[in-house]
Design a binder for this molecule. Structure first.
Ligand code: PGA
Length: 244
């Protein structure tokens, strides 16, 4: 049971069309009846759905975020790209930056740093993802890897209040595996030691079955949820169980 302010962020990845917006109704209704002031729900759909989703959620306390942005702050000749200001202008309040799926596709710490700076400048809050691979974990390099990602990703940035850290071990995303509770507690603690006021979320295979175990780790400030967030029943179940 927790009374803490908790974030529940839905990362829809490259899933969802206009029909998927119907599922928001259920979550909205649940949120109204639960009257939990300590719950913050943020949906990060594909960019094509940001505008219609924010319109649909106009009267709701659920907020909308994007899943990535280009680092360039103004308009430019970058075919296929969208910058943070464009996302803000269609209703996004947050943006996920540094997700391991993008790091694996070649996104460097330096690029992530530029993206975070541009997002903050545009007035977006940032969900900054960090995480170690299984190989790095096996070599006991988790702390070192995370420290480096934070140091380089947040280089010359002081606006920590606008940044949520999402700790997502790469080996746990979409695999059904989660870290052992004591390991996760220690990792989150070591991230919070870098800056005391960091809010740190956990992400990677969060689902209605493992949420009881995850919620007992009392230094977690919320969850970044991929697969399970596409099903409103599972998403609601995760939120309910976090508080029970
Ligand atoms: P998952 O994804 O919950 O499907 O593991 C989490 C994420 O990639 O943000």
């Amino acid at each position: 049971m927790t009374n803490k302010y908790m974030y529940f962020i839905a990362n829809w990845k490259m899933f969802g069309g206009l029909n998927s917006l119907n599922s928001l109704h259920k979550v909205n209704k649940f949120l109204k009846t639960s009257k939990k002031k300590s719950t913050k729900i943020i949906y990060c759909p594909p960019s094509t759905l940001i505008r219609p989703m924010s319109k649909k959620l106009k009267k709701s306390s659920i907020e909308v975020g994007a899943q990535n942005c280009h680092e360039h702050e103004t308009y430019g000749a970058f075919t296929g790209s969208i910058n943070s200001l464009m996302l803000k202008n269609v209703g996004a309040k947050y943006v996920i930056i540094g997700h391991s799926e993008n790091r694996q596709a070649g996104e460097t710490d330096k690029l992530i740093n530029l993206k975070i700076k541009s997002a903050l400048k545009s007035g977006l809050k940032v969900i900054f993802c960090i995480g170690e691979t299984f190989k790095q974990k096996r070599k006991r390099r988790t702390k070192q890897v995370l420290n480096k990602q934070i140091k380089l990703g947040l280089n010359k940035i002081n606006n920590y209040k606008k940044i949520l850290i999402a700790y997502e071990p790469v080996w746990s995303i979409g695999t059904g595996l989660i870290p052992k509770s004591n390991e996760l507690f220690q990792t989150i603690n070591s991230i919070k030691k870098i800056k005391r006021n960091f809010k740190v979320l956990y992400g990677g295979s969060v689902n209605p079955k493992n949420i009881n175990e995850l919620k007992s780790i009392n230094n977690i400030d919320g969850f970044l949820i991929g697969g399970a967030s596409q099903d409103p029943n599972k998403f609601i179940d995760i939120i309910k169980k976090t508080y029970n």
